[in-house]
Design a protein around this ligand. Structure first.
Ligand SMILES: Cc1cc2nc3c(=O)[nH]c(=O)nc-3n(C[C@H](O)[C@H](O)[C@H](O)COP(=O)(O)OP(=O)(O)OC[C@H]3O[C@@H](n4cnc5c(N)ncnc54)[C@H](O)[C@@H]3O)c2cc1C
Length: 332
C-alpha cells in the first residue's frame, strides 16, 4: 500500500486553526518529491461546518476523530489530548510516510509522544523541505537560529512540526471535495482537569494599520530603554511599538504587542528590530515586512539574514544619535 502524508489539523472553538493552510502547503511541498496522497486528521466532538469547509476548500480526505468520554464533556477536551491518544493501530493503518503538525504548543505537546508510539523519527521546527541525493531533506534552525541544520531521516515514518510562517498557503482549488470519515475514540481523561480557556482579547488593529513598526528585543536590557524605542517610533507618522516575547513576558509591553508565532503577524512598510536576535518564532511574525532595518551588537545575529539594512551597534548609542541627527536636519 502507498504511503501517505498526514496532516494533523487543530481546531479551536469550532474553527479549524489557520495554521492548517500552512501545513497543507508543507504537505504539498513534500508531495512534489513523494507523490504520496495527503490526508487530514482533525478532531471535534461533532462534524462541524468548519470541517466540511476544509474538505471543500482543500479537496483532501479528512478523518475526524470524535472523542467519547464518560468523565469529561467531549466539547471541552483540547485537541492535543485527543492527538496524543490516537491509537498506533489507527495511524499505522494509514501507512504514513510523514505526519505534519504545527510547531506550536499543541504540536510540540503531541508530536514526540506520537513518534515514540509508532516508532517514527521526529523533526521539529521544519522551515524548508528540499530533495537531496540521499533523500528528502528538512531544514531547521539551532543555536538561536544562527545555524541551519539539514536532516534526512532514515525512518519509515517521520513526524514533522512545521514552523509557522515558512510555507506560503496556496489558495488554488482543485475542484474536488474531500471525503469525511468519522472515528470514535474512547477517552478516559481522569488525569486532566480543565480550568477554562482565556482568550487574548488584545486589539491589534493599530499594528495592522501602522506603516512603521519599531520593535524592542531583549537587547534593550532595561525597561527605561523602551523610551528610546518610543522616541524612535515617534519620528514616523503612522507608527507603532512592538516587542519580542521576552519583553512581553517581562510585562514591559502588552501581549497584544508581541510579534511572532505566538503573537501577532505584522507586515509594515518598515520594521525596525532593536536588539532582537531573530529567532524563527519572531521572524515568522514579521518576515513579510517590506523593508527591515535591524540594530544589533552581534554581527552574526540571525535577524541580519533577513534585514535590508544591518546596523552593528549598541542601540543605546545608535538610537539617540539617530534621533538627534534627525532633529538637527529638521531645524536646518
Ligand atoms: C513555542 C515558542 C513560541 C515562541 N513564540 C515567540 C513569539 O511569538 N515571538 C518572539 O519574539 N519569540 C517567541 N519565542 C521565543 C524565541 O524563541 C526567542 O527566545 C525570542 O524571540 C528571543 O527574543 P530576543 O531576540 O528579544 O532576545 P535574545 O534572543 O536574548 O536576543 C537579544 C539580542 O539583542 C542583542 N543585543 C544585546 N545587547 C544589545 C544592545 N545594547 N544593542 C543592540 N543589540 C543588543 C543581542 O546580540 C541579541 O541578538 C517562542 C519560543 C517558543 C519555544
Amino acid at each position: 500500500m502507498d504511503q501517505h502524508i498526514i496532516i494533523i489539523a487543530e481546531q479551536f472553538e469550532g474553527e479549524i486553526s489557520p495554521v492548517t493552510d500552512e501545513l497543507i502547503a508543507s504537505a504539498r511541498a513534500l508531495q512534489q518529491f513523494t507523490n504520496s496522497d495527503i490526508k487530514i486528521i482533525t478532531t471535534g466532538f461533532k462534524l462541524s461546518d468548519a470541517v466540511r469547509r476544509l474538505s471543500e476548500q482543500s479537496g483532501i480526505d479528512i478523518l475526524l476523530i470524535n472523542p467519547v468520554s464518560r468523565t469529561t464533556p467531549e466539547e471541552i477536551i483540547p485537541d492535543e489530548i485527543v492527538f496524543k491518544n490516537i491509537p498506533a493501530s489507527l495511524l499505522n493503518d494509514l501507512n504514513p510516510a510523514y505526519i505534519c503538525m504545527a510547531h506550536n504548543s499543541k504540536g510540540l505537546d503531541a508530536a514526540p509522544g506520537l513518534a515514540v508510539k509508532i516508532n517514527a523519527a521526529c523533526i521539529t521546527g521544519v522551515e524548508k523541505i528540499t530533495r537531496q541525493d540521499d533523500g528528502i531533506c528538512f531544514t531547521r534552525s539551532i543555536f538561536s537560529d544562527k545555524i541551519s541544520v539539514h536532516i534526512t531521516p532514515c525512518a519509515k515514518t517521520t513526524i514533522l512540526t512545521i514552523q509557522p510562517g515558512f510555507f506560503k498557503p496556496d489558495s488554488t482549488f482543485n475542484g474536488n471535495t474531500g471525503k469525511i470519515s468519522i472515528v470514535d475514540l474512547p477517552l478516559s481523561v481522569a488525569d486532566y482537569h480543565l480550568i477554562g480557556f482565556k482568550n487574548n482579547a488584545a486589539d491589534t488593529s493599530a499594528l495592522n494599520e501602522a506603516d512603521v513598526i519599531v520593535s524592542a528585543g531583549n537587547g534593550i536590557r532595561e525597561k527605561e530603554n523602551l523610551d528610546l524605542i518610543s522616541q524612535l517610533a515617534e519620528l514616523f507618522p503612522k507608527s507603532a511599538v512592538t516587542g519580542s516575547r521576552p519583553i512581553c513576558d517581562k510585562k514591559w509591553l502588552k501581549y497584544g504587542q508581541q510579534v511572532g508565532v505566538t503573537g501577532v503577524t505584522v507586515k509594515p512598510k518598515l520594521y525596525i528590530a532593536c536588539g532582537i536576535s531573530g529567532s524563527s518564532q519572531h521572524i515568522s511574525g514579521m518576515r513579510d515586512s517590506k523593508f527591515i532595518v535591524s540594530i544589533n551588537t552581534d554581527p552574526h545575529a540571525a535577524i541580519f539574514n533577513i534585514s535590508d539594512v544591518c546596523i552593528i551597534e549598541d542601540l543605546t548609542t545608535f538610537i539617540p544619535q539617530f534621533i538627534a541627527t534627525y532633529h538637527e536636519s529638521q531645524s536646518i
